[in-house]
Design a protein around this ligand. Sequence first.
Ligand code: ZN
Length: 368
Amino acid sequence: MADQTRVIAFFDERMLAHQPNSDAPFLPGRMDKRVRELLSALNVPWVYPEHAGRLTAIRQLLELEPVPGLLFESGRAATREQLGRVHTSSYLDHVYELRGENAWLDMDTTAVSPGSVEAAEVAAGTAIAAVEAVVQGRTQSAFALVRPPGHHAEPVRARGFCLFNNVAVAAAHARAELGCERVLIVDWDAHHANGTQDIFWADPDVMLFDIHRAPPFYPGTGKLEEVGVGLGEGTTINVPMPAGAGDRAYLKAFHEILLPATDWFQPDLILVSAGFDPHSFDLALNVSYDGFAAMTGLLQELAQRHCKGQLVFVLEGGYHLLSLSRGVRTVLEVLAGAPSPEPGTRGLAEVDTAAAFHAPAFLSQESR
Ligand SMILES: [Zn+2]
């Protein structure tokens, strides 16, 4: 196994063409009228928060500071059949009709521009490509660098800047085509994965572990008591966090909740909905780069224990370009084999050295 590829990052330029711009003429109708009323009440110019610069920033940092051993591959578009495993045909009909248009999809300002439908197909298909590379043994792990993100997209509804639920499409593909029986999805984005939860709510073969900022933070779901229904009762696990929660709380949740849940569930594939908005720069929570690295290290251990190391990351949110790009790079470094330092320990060795250096100065009164 020593010479096996450790990690491939998947990226496709077509995802940059999703560029909603409210200055363009949008399809008229009730939604346009109501969203315009909302935006005009803001008193500041409105810019689509989930923009192409997010992926560009990640690419630029990886060019400037390459991760040793990291390979790149391009993505591909998901088919209607692949999307149809988690979205209804009426929803797919509606989205496909918007190809080439500017239009609102939801009152929360989720929108499409002329290139958006293809970008969303490519985002979901690229998550599938990453899963296939890992399950087929071409690489130990993979990271699908995609947008629009996916985890807020429900079976019948676009929401939260998400059109198709990329990680859910990838999980369903792994089960339908790649021989995977049980898939674990770990979602550490700051926002609750209402869409992923909805899709697998009654499904005992896909476990969702979701740690997020507690309601009423957007989207307002993800309470402790939301555990799934029917055969799926118990395979939805929500861990709501207060504002400012950071590395120690996240790692405690991983050790005390995710580890026993994973040992019980015994997945044969682990997917990660990786948002970088828990970083302090996005102002909701307080996870550090070392925190992301430590969580990645723990997920690698779990993947080794249960599923031959098979671990696939799919990008979700993260809106501060610095913490987003640096966070992604940190995860890729660990996937490529770098050690993950214990959070909160940086500088402790230097303090020991400095303390030993300065100590003689304070030993006796005479040396004053
Ligand atoms: Zn988010």
